[in-house]
Design a binder for this molecule. Structure first.
Ligand SMILES: Cc1cc2nc3c(=O)[nH]c(=O)nc-3n(C[C@H](O)[C@H](O)[C@H](O)COP(=O)(O)O)c2cc1C
Length: 443
């Protein structure tokens, strides 16, 4: 039988950082929806105010804001917000203010695309196209770089240090101008930090490549800078890592990298967690560690067989956010969702929903559970989990479709037998992209 989630730790309060008092342990996972501008400004839009408003309505919630770009010189992509100018952060403040009006909290995930940046944009702006090593993540990117005569370049030590400082500046911008309560270092999904961590993308022979220790240096030095900076400090940031993401070219061929204790992502995750645990013992505990489960890679389900996070969770004793395939109780046939195969226990012909969630959140008193896809189609996800209401299934074609449709069209719970929860908009409105929130562009 499905245990009532309202009786689990999920609905007990918890404090993260110094003074972020959450009323429950459900986190909105970072979920990039490509609703920022494509005008070269990397600005958030009006659509996003409404989106984050509707998902922060339960007082005392924590949302992790979608990944934001730290600097032009570490790579740009369109439709994502940046946090490298005051104007961008003032625009983002319109969203964080809304979240705070709802008495909830928000952490800004910050990242650099590195080798997965948009090469055309970099060429147009005459910005460097750089990565730890000259290894393209996909054939298509290599072809584009060749056609544009704009090849990937290996970062110099000086450039590495500049980008680390860009992370520091970005974090300060988020906390001081953007109104964010926390920042999160994005160490997965094949972006720059993971490009350093992984031997797939890092073949350097200097102090930033080779051994696990050297490959972790880029991230660890940023962590140290954050901790030492008077405007940041340990309690103001979290770190997201994952051992099972194959996103953006992070594929480990099985013949070279068997799935055992020597699996490189397990080793670099363990190394980072040991470091963070050591800092915690020294009184420098970061706000949280966020990890993703082997049931998912990026935003896709995958087979978790033979994969486990237990060698990671046992190292870190601080606040832990776990994400990946934790929602199961969708309307219709839940077994259609791939991650549910390992997630639903069927005993005496009965489906037990949320078995993994209940087990993990009740295993200790420091675990929070993050949701991404379920929040896209259930703005009132927290209420639905608390009251064991069925969830509306997410619609992948709208994940990155830039428009209002599929972004603001999901409403709160309605009885599935009677109504649809789809909100109605005029066709022009459905197809419209957001208006920039940059001051000069707001009417
Ligand atoms: C549309 C979409 C965008 C995402 N964007 C990000 C992102 O910006 N940063 C990140 O770390 N993870 C991102 N993720 C991954 C989620 O945070 C989460 O780890 C993953 O979807 C598994 O959780 P779920 O099963 O609840 O969806 C994204 C996922 C989706 C579906």
């Amino acid at each position: 039988m499905t245990k009532d989630l309202a009786e689990t730790n999920l609905f007990k309060p918890i404090t993260i950082g110094k003074d972020i008092k959450l009323s429950h342990r459900i986190v909105h996972a970072p979920t990039s929806r490509s609703r920022s501008t494509n005008d070269g400004e990397n600005s958030p839009t009006d659509l996003m105010i409404q989106y984050y408003d509707s998902r922060s309505r339960t007082e005392g919630s924590l949302l992790v804001f979608e990944s934001c770009l730290v600097s032009p010189r570490s790579g740009l992509v369109p439709f994502k917000s940046g946090v490298f100018t005051s104007a961008q952060c003032e625009a983002l403040r319109k969203i964080t203010d809304k979240i705070h009006e709802n008495n909830s909290y928000v952490s800004c995930q910050i990242f650099s695309p590195g080798r997965v940046a948009n090469i055309q944009i970099l060429k147009d702006k005459q910005l460097p196209y750089v990565a730890p090593s000259v290894i393209y993540h996909a054939e298509g990117h290599k072809v584009t770089a060749e056609e544009l005569n704009y090849p990937l370049k290996e970062l110099t030590i000086e450039e590495i240090h500049q980008i680390q400082d860009d992370f520091v500046t970005a974090a300060i911008n988020c906390l001081t101008i953007g109104g964010f309560d926390l920042v999160e270092l994005h160490g997965t999904s094949g972006f720059l930090i993971e490009q350093f961590l992984s031997p797939i993308s890092n073949t350097r022979t200097d102090q930033y490549g080779g051994s696990v220790e050297n490959r972790c240096r880029f991230l660890i030095e940023i962590i140290d800078k954050f901790i030492e900076h008077p405007q940041i400090g340990a309690s103001k940031f979290g770190v997201r890592i994952a051992a099972w993401s194959t996103h953006f070219g992070m594929n480990y061929p099985e013949d070279k990298y068997p799935l055992d204790a020597s699996f490189p992502p397990l080793l670099f995750c363990q190394y980072i967690l040991k470091y963070l645990e050591k800092l915690k013992q020294q009184g420098k505990e970061i706000a949280y560690v966020s990890i993703t489960e082997p049931r998912v890679s990026g935003s896709f389900d995958q087979d978790p067989d033979g994969k486990s996070n237990s060698s990671l969770t046992e190292i870190w004793s601080g606040k832990l956010i776990r994400a990946g395939g934790y929602a199961t109780n969708y309307k219709g046939d839940p077994s259609l969702i791939k991650s549910n195969n390992s997630n639903l226990k069927i005993g005496d012909g009965e489906v037990q929903h949320y078995a993994a969630l209940t087990k993990d959140v009740d295993a200790d008193d420091r675990t929070l559970i993050a949701f991404s896809r379920p929040f896209t189609s259930n703005p009132d996800l927290i209420k639905r989990l608390k009251e064991n209401l069925k969830l509306d299934l997410y619609e992948r074609p709208f994940f990155y479709s830039h428009q209002l449709e599929g972004y603001l069209t999901f409403g709160d719970y309605v009885d599935e037998n009677l109504f649809s929860n789809t909100l109605k908009f005029p066709i022009d409105e459905l197809k419209r992209e957001g208006k920039s929130l940059l001051n000069s562009q707001v009417n």
